[in-house]
Structures are given as C-alpha cells and as structure tokens.
Ligand binder design. Structure first.
Ligand code: FE2
Ligand code: FE2
Length: 485
C-alpha cells in the first residue's frame, strides 16, 4: 500500500516536479565526506566496572578507576582511561550507491578514521566515521567516551561535551555519563551530579509520562548542565532547537491558551486520562515552541535575502502553530480536567545563527525531514481518532503540517540555487545524519491510545521509515541530492 502517496505528490508539486525529473543530477561529487552516523543498536554492553554490591555510589573510593557503573545504572568516570578506537561498523565495500570515501586512507580529518558502509532510507552509502582514544584527541571541553560504556549506543568511542572530566572535578565526586537517545539523536555528555539535580537515576524518571525513563544531563551551551528527566522522544514537527536540543516551555495552570474544543472522555480511567493528557501537553509545548522556531526562521530568511513568498509563508506557518498549540493545550486540559498552558519560553530570543551552513543544516533536520515526518504522523494519528470534533481539529493540524513541510522543501530548493556548493554540501551532510537518526524507533512511551492520538513507538518507527523511503527519498532525487535510479 502506498500510504503516503498524496503527501509525496504534494511535496513534489511544491518542488515543481512530478517525480524524479530528467534534469536531476547525481550528488555533487564535491569530495566532501558526509558524516555517517552509526545506526544505533538496542543492545549495548557496558564495559564499565561491575556495579558496586550495595548499589550505592562509591565515588570517593580511591581504588576505583576508569568508568564505574553503579547498581542503579548510573556510570561515572573515576579517572581518565584510554578507549578502544576500533569502529564496529562495516568497511566500505565500494559497491554502495553513494561513495564519499573508498578506503580508510580517505578519512584523515581526525585520528582513527574509517571509511564505513551504511544503509540509509534512500540506499547504501560510504562515509568517514571517526573514533577516539583519549580526551586530548577530542579538544577543549570534550572527553572521549569509550565504546560500550553505560547506555552509549554508538558503535565506537565518541568525543562528547564534558563539563567535568573525572569525579575529582565535581563537588560531590561524581562526574556522570549521560548518553540518551531521545528518539531523534543520541546526545552524549559528561556532567557533575549535584544537589541541584531533579533526578538521581533513571528510576526517578520511570513513572513520569513522556520522560522516557532516563535521568540525563541537560543545559544551555556555556551553562552548567543539571540532571533532569529526559523527554520521551523528540516530537516531530518544527522544534525550537537551541544548542542542539529541542526547547519548550514548561506547563502551567492557565486558561488563555485553549482552543474551544470539547470531546467525550468518560470511558477513560483517571490514570489513562492523566497519562494521555501529559502526552498532549508535551506536544502542545512543542507546537508552542514552533511559533518561536518559525519566527526565527523568518528572520533568517530575511537575513539571507530570501524571496517574499518564502518569508510570507514562514509568517503564516508561525500563526498556524499558535492554533496548533491552542488545540493541543485544549486536548491536554480536557483530559486532565484542569487548565494547562505554557509557562515562559526564554529560549525564544536565544542568539540566532544566519550563516548558510547552520541555516541549511537546521532546515534539513527540522524542516525537510522533521516537518515531513510530522505531516505524515499527523495523518497517521487521524486514522485512530473517533470523536468528530477532535478529528476535525487534528485534521487541520495535519493539513497545516503538510504545508509546512512543502515550505521547507521549497526553501531548500531556493537555498541550493542561491548558495551553490556550500548549501549543497551542508544539505548532503545533514540528510546523511537525519536519515539514519530518524530510521530508529523512538523510545517506548508510558501510554498508547490511538483513539486519543497517541501512537506506539513501533508504529511510529515503522511509519517514519516508510515516509523516509517513499516521500523524502523522491524529494531528494528531485533536488538532485541523490542520483535518480
Ligand atoms: Fe505544528
Ligand atoms: Fe509545523
């Protein structure tokens, strides 16, 4: 079944093409290697020391060295160690459809380069993957996290942002490893555990809806991170990404962010209502953040000299997101039986990048891929919803998201024409990463209820892969970012 035929036709029409056009060309052949991101695996064996028998942290024990695993699942670094720099990914065979490198000798940008073979949603490719052995190879403010440590999914040792390098750097003697896959990408950091943290271990987060059950280190760039419950998955749509993380306002009791929407909830238990409400409150917060994201996008378009049509559509999209947020806060409020709205969103005015590379990379990840998946997800959600009023409100969101996806692709088409090789290479790099990242199932959530718009992680993962293959792939071919087959 060609489930996403109409979405594909709509996006290709926005690009002025009916399919893989004759004018499409193969990838630029610039010689630049797009990064190949390892497809994460569910199983990752810890190489950290065995948990302490009593399950309590023993950070001050001077006999402990290297990575130390506690019984509660936390891992901290007692001392610097040399990591295994081998990369457990297949070597490039030379028969892949896209070759950014052919042998390891082509991967010289950093130490321990390997030309690896990967499978994206649009075919096979080769690209350089780099591992690390020591912190020194990673540069200032970074540490080398060894392959297989704790929850790390990457199949090689990776350089990670580090606000501490060993336990001795931390007032409570615990420099913790945070490796969290939020459904879109794996964020790896080292950070001190302190009294300001809102969670101590994953167990503290397991009962919170959409927390994904993981206690992770998070913070603005340049700020000291704190440990808090991670969000279950990155919500697809246009996120407000600041310093590599999607930001959203916290919920607070207020009635002025609700659409007029009513539907029957009596068949649900109180517990189910609360859990589904939390899911919609999280989506509402992301929709609310999308208002800021589109506003910032408009400013970037102006800074880069975009045509009036794109600027106007970005402004309209920002207004659409106001409605989406109101609908989702109304759903969350109705289910919870209390008013839920957004708190302040200070990140809305964070510093804005307007260079071509940052712009194109974000456009690809958040717009071309994120909004296309969001549009498809919006359509998918509709299949299970029975209440007419709820369906109508969610149908409007799905239709808007399709328009937003089309805007992203049109903007990319403009940027490729306006900025040439610089934009093309940034787009290729970003797609290589996005296609692998979004090919994974998101983390399992605490609730699944298709009648109220909550899809299961497996359904979502399968649908996302289908959209990447049947919608994103053809758009890439039309733009000449992938060869027509
Ligand atoms: Fe939206
Ligand atoms: Fe959107």
């Amino acid at each position: 079944m060609d489930r996403y035929r109409s979405l594909r036709i709509s996006l290709l029409a926005a690009l002025g093409a009916a399919g893989c056009s004759a004018s499409s060309t193969a990838a630029s052949g610039s010689g630049e290697s797009p990064p190949v991101v390892a497809i994460p695996t569910a199983s990752s064996s810890a190489t950290a020391e065995a948990p302490s028998p009593d399950g309590e942290p023993e950070p001050s024990n001077p006999t402990r060295t290297g990575w130390v695993a506690e019984k509660n699942g936390n891992v901290h670094r007692a001392s610097r160690v040399t990591c295994d720099a081998t990369i457990d990914l297949p070597a490039c065979a030379g028969t892949e459809s896209r070759l950014s490198c052919k042998t390891d000798a082509d991967c010289t940008e950093k130490p321990h380069g390997k030309c690896t073979s990967g499978v994206g949603q649009i075919g096979t490719y080769c690209g350089c993957t780099y591992a690390c052995e020591t912190d020194d190879e990673c540069g200032a403010g970074q540490a080398c996290v060894c392959k297989g440590t704790g929850a790390l999914r990457a199949r090689h040792s990776v350089c990670a942002e580090a606000s501490c390098s060993t336990d001795a750097d931390c007032s409570e003697n615990s420099c913790g490893l945070s490796a969290y896959f939020n459904g879109c990408y794996e964020k790896v950091t080292l950070a001190c555990r302190t009294k300001e943290d809102t969670c101590r271990s994953d167990a503290d987060c397991q009962k919170l809806p959409r927390s994904g059950g993981a206690c992770v280190a998070r913070g603005q760039k340049g700020e000291k991170p704190t440990w808090q419950c991670g969000s279950m998955s990155c919500v697809i749509g246009r996120p407000l990404v600041i310093s590599g993380e999607a930001r959203a306002a916290k919920p607070r009791a207020r009635a002025d962010w609700r659409a007029a929407l009513d539907f029957e909830v009596d068949a649900l238990s109180l517990e189910a209502r609360e859990a589904i409400s939390a899911h919609h409150a999280a989506i509402a917060a992301m929709e609310h953040a999308s208002i800021a994201s589109f506003s910032r996008f408009t400013l970037q378009l102006l800074a880069l000299g975009a045509p009036a049509e794109l600027v106007a559509e970005a402004q309209i999209a920002s207004l659409d997101e106001v409605t989406h947020a109101q609908v989702e806060y109304a759903i969350a409020s109705r289910l919870a039986g209390r008013f839920i709205g957004p708190d302040k969103l200070p990140e809305a005015t964070a510093r804005l990048e307007s260079d071509v590379i940052s712009f194109v990379e974000a456009l690809v990840m958040e717009g071309c891929v994120g909004e296309t998946l969001g549009a498809a997800e919006g359509q998918e959600v509709l299949r299970g919803v029975r209440d007419d009023g709820l369906r109508a409100a969610l149908a409007k969101i799905a239709a808007d998201e399709e328009r937003h996806a089309a805007l992203a692709w049109k903007t990319l088409q403009w940027a490729l024409g306006a900025f040439g090789a610089e934009a093309r290479e940034a787009a290729e790099r970003a797609f290589a990463r996005a296609l692998v990242i979004h090919g994974e199932d998101p983390a399992e959530g605490p609730v699944e209820n298709e009648e109220f718009g909550v899809l299961g992680a497996r359904t979502l993962g399968a649908r996302r892969r289908e959209v990447l293959r049947s919608v994103v792939g053809p758009c890439l071919r039309t733009l000449g970012l992938v060869a027509c087959s």
